[in-house]
Design a protein around this ligand. Sequence first.
Ligand code: NAD
Ligand code: TYD
Length: 359
Amino acid sequence: MIFVTGGAGFIGSNFVLDWLKTSDEPVVNFDKLTYAGNLENLKSVAEDARHLFVRGDIVDRERVHALFLEHKPRAIVHFAAESHVDRSILGPGAFIETNINGTFSLLEAARAYWGTLDAAEREAFRFLHVSTDEVYGSLNPEDPAFTETTPYAPNSPYSASKAASDHLVRSYHHTYGLPTLVTNCSNNYGPYHFPEKLVPLVISNALAGQPLPIYGDGMQVRDWLYVADHCAAIRRVLEAGVPGQEYNVGGRNEKANIEVVKVLCALLDELSPKQDGKYFDQAIFVADRPGHDRRYAINADKIARELGWTPRETFETGMRKTVQWYLENQDWVANVRSGEYRTWIEGNYVGREQLGRGA
Ligand code: NAD
Ligand code: TYD
């Protein structure tokens, strides 16, 4: 079986659902259920004997180690993290605790467990750490895309905490021989994406008749990847990646934020037209994120060349599927947008200076 951390979050739940569709191998899904963890994402596998959900914190090393001894995973796939840059700006402490201390605890538990395995099991064992392209920092427009050898230069508390965790993982391979793998992926989008991030925020605010906040001039560039393609890349790296290696994962879809908002609005205009006007009329420009990275771009040649992975969705097909999913799952959005979510929206947006309107 495999042991997944953070499998009730956005990418983790997509991964668990995809895994159980494509494999009969059981999954232990270990998740703290922070604001970002949602068991509703896993409703379709709640009764599936191959899926065991355990609520807990990766910082709790003894508990995690006991679970490893009980379930004997052949691999750990580590998604659990605090993942939102804006939250890391308003409160970095949780990022240090989960992303750095939590990954350290998990590595220690894994190292102790790995030491109890026989030679063949030790050889086959994998610790796959899911990370981000944000560890490489910000690119200028003419710079080449990030490769696996681009020096780390993280700029936000989020990316700094992920960079620290990547370094710890690297050191556990180098020092102890733990068979680790690291994936550094670009911005994901798709089903079950928590509506604090740009794509689901724009879709859900548009449908709720609320403003679509664009930070600064909206010309910051991200490299977008449909979440199912990221999940496929992780499965492939787990299957064939070389221990100790890093793999960059990206969609070759560099888009400015304003373009993303326009594409989402155009899809909504087509699939769920408003009575009056267009969705982009709701766009507003607001004060920029402090330290906002200007551009990310991933060179995914290594994973294509060595492991044969390439994305299946284009930006257009992936965004269309995403908008359709949100239109068909408005109850999911309504449940998520109640409770803690409101406090976040007030903290991040109320009082933020408005710079202009989109239309
Ligand atoms: P998410 O915030 O949606 O989910 C994180 C999950 O981790 C939640 O279910 C949460 O309950 C759980 N969690 C948080 N702290 C925990 C702890 N201490 N112990 C156990 N569980 C805990 O995040 P996501 O967008 O699904 O990202 C998953 C991983 O992928 C993260 O490591 C992130 O850095 C990485 N990543 C994300 C993106 C992206 O675009 N979202 C891109 C590249 C890499
Ligand atoms: P986000 O989805 O938070 O991902 P990340 O910061 O990890 O790239 O943001 C994507 C881009 O969208 C980023 O450049 C910030 C911008 N953005 C806005 O313009 N408005 C918003 O309300 C949010 C949440 C993000």
